[in-house]
Design a protein around this ligand. Structure first.
Ligand SMILES: [Mn+2]
Length: 305
């Protein structure tokens, strides 16, 4: 019998990483006529991911506490610092991702990286290239992931290919107004009233090892900044906690206003001047607004490497 291969996204799973695991498993099982590819998640999923799974009638993928000694394909990440527990001791079959490369492995493997807006765009493209069509529900799920990752195509990470794929998937999913549908997703994503402060900060949070030291960068997108304004003091307390308990150089929370297209940057740092210089901002009480700042991956992370 074939060995199982788990397809798994990064820790603190977001919609793209979960939808990529589900859709790539579907794609591989289809073209190889097997059922050995199994989507998995390394932890609790965020709200818009649960919302999209429910909307398009997908079961929650298997939750793996550790991937040690398992066959895995990494989707939507390639850094071990973001991978599921045990990834260093897993048998990695391949990587499918759209982030900067920070990966080493002792064997040749499939390594597919594209500078596109979402991992799901890469998978949709694989279907289309083979003249295959994802099912209506799967198209809806992938579309949701691409819309969130590209902030409804507004993010500088969004390419012309992503836009074409969005149109195609919307067509298959029979979603007439994808912009309106995307805003719905962001409303779910940013309705923070029922989340604890820790959940808000960690809902889309990643660790990085930069030359200056360990960084944690969280991002929340919202169509309603006021909701965060009232929680600002608590948010600062939380990022300070994270910084002190985890031996961080810096912990940043980006609160991104998707309507006005800019971000509030909240930071606790050993060297605030370094953050100011890198992001071309001026902190006042550890926070600053930067117009046009939408992408952690493209506009923040590269400044610290
Ligand atoms: Mn992604």
């Amino acid at each position: 019998m074939n060995d199982k291969i788990y397809i798994i996204g990064h820790k603190t799973p977001d919609l793209d990483s979960v939808a990529a695991a589900i859709s790539y498993a579907d794609f591989k099982n289809n073209i190889e006529e097997t059922d050995k590819y199994i989507p998995a998640v390394p932890g609790k999923m965020n709200k818009e991911t649960e919302y999209a799974l429910e909307k398009f009638k997908f079961a929650k993928p298997e939750e793996l506490q550790s991937v040690e000694n398992k066959n895995i394909i990494l989707v939507d990440h390639n850094e071990f610092s973001q991978a599921a527990a045990g990834a260093q001791k897993a048998n990695i079959i391949g990587v499918l991702d759209h982030h900067k490369v920070d990966f080493k492995y002792n064997e040749p493997i499939l390594f597919n990286i594209k500078p596109w807006g979402a991992t799901c765009s890469m998978i949709a493209d694989m279907y289309f290239k083979l003249d295959l069509e994802p099912g209506k529900e799967l198209a809806g799920l992938m579309l949701s992931a691409i819309l969130v990752d590209t902030v409804l195509t507004k993010s500088p990470t969004c390419t012309e290919i992503d836009k074409i794929i969005i149109e195609k998937l919307a067509d298959i999913a029979e979603i007439e107004d994808w912009e309106k549908f995307g805003l719905e997703l962001f409303k779910v994503r940013s309705s923070v009233s029922d989340l604890s402060i820790a959940e808000i900060v960690k809902s889309d949070y990643k660790d990085f090892s930069f030359s200056a030291g360990k960084f944690g960068i969280g991002q929340v997108e919202t169509a309603d900044l006021a909701e965060f304004k009232v929680k600002e003091e608590e948010l600062f307390k939380e990022i300070k906690n994270i910084k002190e308990s985890g031996d961080y150089h810096t912990v940043i929370l980006m609160i991104t206003d998707i309507i006005n297209e800019g971000s509030w940057v909240l930071a606790e740092s050993k060297e605030p001047e370094l953050i100011e210089k890198a992001l071309e901002i001026k902190f006042e009480n550890n926070k600053a607004y930067k117009k046009g700042l939408l992408s952690r991956k493209k506009q923040v992370v590269p400044k610290f490497i």
